[in-house]
Design a protein around this ligand. Structure first.
Ligand SMILES: *[C@@H]1O[C@H](CO)[C@@H](O)[C@H](O)[C@H]1NC(C)=O
Ligand SMILES: *[C@@H]1O[C@H](CO)[C@@H](O)[C@H](O)[C@H]1NC(C)=O
Ligand SMILES: *[C@@H]1O[C@H](CO)[C@@H](O)[C@H](O)[C@H]1NC(C)=O
Ligand SMILES: *[C@@H]1O[C@H](CO)[C@@H](O)[C@H](O)[C@H]1NC(C)=O
Ligand SMILES: *[C@@H]1O[C@H](CO)[C@@H](O)[C@H](O)[C@H]1NC(C)=O
Length: 428
């Protein structure tokens, strides 16, 4: 009896609990409210002091080990002497209209409140299509910043326009870290679908890379009446045992061989961070929560590997700001999304597992520096769902929306503008 009451209280009391984010002025309620980033200046100053006091490893300068000591020094000195968080914060607040809310999802018979931070820009066009944009790791909602205006207000009326919703994944940016285990791609998909319903978009399309490209497969699968179609710039699919056997006997095509080779190289050489984050995330989080430089270099190691240096270099401002999107609330919540991905079946060990099948029409874009996504043969991509169209680029990397917006935007326009094939005629 007492236990029963306790359970009821857990369910109900939880729903009315107040959410917060460490070091940030924020409140979350079921009615969406405008939000401007406002980080405690004392925290920013404490962070700068920690950066200044950072101890560097005695590096032997082995390039394949990761960022150089020169990288470390450049970032540290800029952070200590020049980096201006206030200016960055003002600029993000000025360019992106942000909100907070709490959506409710159900798990068995329990209602779970999920607090979210999101960007929402509506289009002036009355034929605009609602688009849910999902970021990934080691990015944040900032990934949308270079494409959002072109999506809401494309250069001419023959291109489709979008109402854009770009949330922070739970535990990333300014969406509070889940307080209990279990919030992975399944619950994130439920929360994002609930967010779209709350904003008055019962049906919508999706776009995403990295975790965004993975969560969209869950969401499309779980909400076939709501997700009309999607575009992914990270459609992953590991080679099967059969493919590997074919490779061994020399029966794979040139494209298949190249894909398996790049995939294996990435998994063997560059994927250590993921194995830690999906097994013992707090092992690294203790260090990264304490050290802003440690956190920054942890993320930059990967950021540097997966951009196309012919098109893009990270500025010191970007490197620091992107790392703060983890450091401000503490990186652990975002890092352990990898473990939740594993628990929800998206990974098996070092491999991607069988992600949910998507029956809606989907288009994918591939960029050469996006090691696990690039060069996946269309036929193999189709094992994961109804992939109708593949755009293959000879430039660009993992953060296409941020890095090469002028290559990604035409794919988005072309796919969602092809109303009969993508299914966006639904919105006519
Ligand atoms: C939430 O915050 C409001 C305003 O500060 C306060 O009145 C209320 O009691 C709090 N609720 C809980 C459950 O802590
Ligand atoms: C880090 O070093 C690499 C290799 O020299 C260079 O290309 C890159 O611009 C450096 N980045 C920073 C932030 O110093
Ligand atoms: C959910 O509630 C229904 C109706 O009260 C009950 O029959 C069912 O056993 C509950 N399921 C779980 C998983 O608690
Ligand atoms: C609209 O803009 C796109 C992209 O800039 C361009 O390719 C297309 O030709 C334009 N169409 C018209 C009718 O101006
Ligand atoms: C799209 O479908 C409609 C209805 O079936 C048809 O009238 C139209 O010609 C099609 N458009 C294209 C470009 O195929």
């Amino acid at each position: 009896m007492l236990l029963g009451l306790l359970f009821i209280c857990v369910a109900i009391c939880d729903a009315s609990q107040n959410f917060s984010i460490p070091n940030v002025v924020a409140s979350f309620s079921s009615t969406p409210k405008p939000f401007k980033i406002n980080v405690d200046p004392q925290f920013i100053e404490d962070t700068r002091r920690r950066v200044k006091a950072t101890r560097a490893p005695v590096s032997i300068g082995e390039e394949d080990d990761g960022p150089s000591l020169a990288n470390f020094t450049a970032i540290r000195d800029y952070w200590v002497n020049e980096y201006n968080w206030k200016k960055t914060q003002d600029s993000i607040n000025q360019r992106l209209k942000q909100f907070t809310t709490v959506v409710e999802i159900t798990d068995k018979n329990t209602t779970i409140p999920v607090p979210l931070h999101f960007v929402h820009h509506t289009s002036p066009r009355d034929d605009a299509i609602p688009l849910l944009f999902l970021h990934g790791f080691p990015g944040s909602f900032l990934e949308v910043i270079n494409i959002i205006d072109s999506l809401t207000s494309p250069p001419n009326a023959s291109l489709p326009a979008f109402h854009v919703v770009a949330p922070s994944l739970p535990g990333f940016g300014f969406s509070p870290a889940p307080q209990h285990a279990g919030v992975g791609p399944v619950k994130s998909a439920q929360a994002f679908n609930a967010l779209m319903q709350k904003l008055g978009y019962p049906q919508y399309v999706m776009q995403g890379g990295d975790f965004g490209g993975m969560i969209l497969r869950y969401q499309a699968n779980m909400f076939p009446k709501n997700v009309i179609t999607a575009h992914s710039n990270f459609w992953v699919m590991m080679p099967s045992e059969y493919d590997i056997q074919n490779l061994i006997v020399g029966a794979t095509s040139e494209e298949e061989t190249a894909f398996i080779t790049t995939c294996e190289a990435f998994v063997n050489n560059d994927n250590g961070f993921r194995m830690i984050q999906q097994s013992k995330p707090i092992q690294a989080a203790y260090a990264l929560t304490d050290s802003p430089m440690g956190n920054c270099l942890w993320l930059y190691t990967l950021m540097q590997l997966i951009i196309d240096p012919r098109d893009f270099t990270w500025s010191l401002d970007e490197i620091i700001t992107w790392s703060l999107m983890y450091y401000i609330q503490g990186p652990y919540g975002g890092m352990r999304m990898y473990k939740e991905m594993l628990n929800d079946g998206a990974f098996i060990g070092v491999d991607f597992a069988d992600l949910p099948i998507v029956s809606q029409p989907v288009a994918i874009s591939q960029f050469p520096y996006d090691a696990l996504g690039y060069g996946l043969p269309l036929e193999w991509a189709r094992r994961g769902g109804n992939v109708v169209k593949r755009y293959v680029h000879d430039h660009g990397g993992h953060f296409a929306a941020y890095e090469v917006p002028d290559l990604l935007l035409p794919d988005i326009w072309s796919w969602f503008g092809d109303k009969n094939t993508s299914g966006t005629s639904f919105f006519d």
